[in-house]
Design a protein around this ligand. Structure first.
Ligand code: SME
Length: 137
């Protein structure tokens, strides 16, 4: 529908703003729960195309956040055994869940080519972004 299209355009714009303005945000995208299936589907994103358009709950950093409902900050992706590599240039990752009516319905996922770049300020800022996103869904 038109409503869905404009939501996706707005989500893409958020990705573009974040990637453009924060130098250590190198891939920025949204994943959303696929109905009641235990899997995430890739939504709007900017950065290198990824093969991982569907991620089962529990798999990778994103799949773990779908189950934990908690932020996941990864300072060094090589130290993670449950990690889905999308690009060899990625050094670090942060995933913050999006809640609608207290339910974890998706997440913002950010990859960085800089090692250990994310601080609590990124977590607070991305929680704010996710709250704003939850209000437009
Ligand atoms: N690295 C993620 C997969 C998604 S890509 O970063 C775009 C993960 O381990 O879940």
């Amino acid at each position: 529908s038109n409503t869905e299209n404009s939501t996706n355009e707005r989500l893409l714009h958020i990705c573009q703003l974040l990637e453009k303005n924060i130098n250590y945000y190198n891939w920025v995208g949204f994943y959303f729960r696929n109905g009641n299936k235990k899997e995430l589907i890739l939504g709007p994103y900017v950065g290198a195309p990824t093969d991982h358009t569907i991620i089962p709950f529990g798999k990778g950093i994103c799949g773990q956040v779908a189950l934990s409902n908690k932020n996941f900050v990864v300072p060094d992706v090589t130290a993670q055994d449950n990690y889905i590599a999308c690009s060899i240039s990625v050094k670090a990752e942060i995933v913050v869940p999006i809640f609608v009516n207290g339910e974890n319905i998706g997440q913002i996922d950010i990859d960085s080519n800089t090692p250990d770049p994310f601080t609590e300020s990124d977590e607070r800022f991305l929680e704010f972004v996710c709250h704003k996103v939850s209000e437009m869904l």
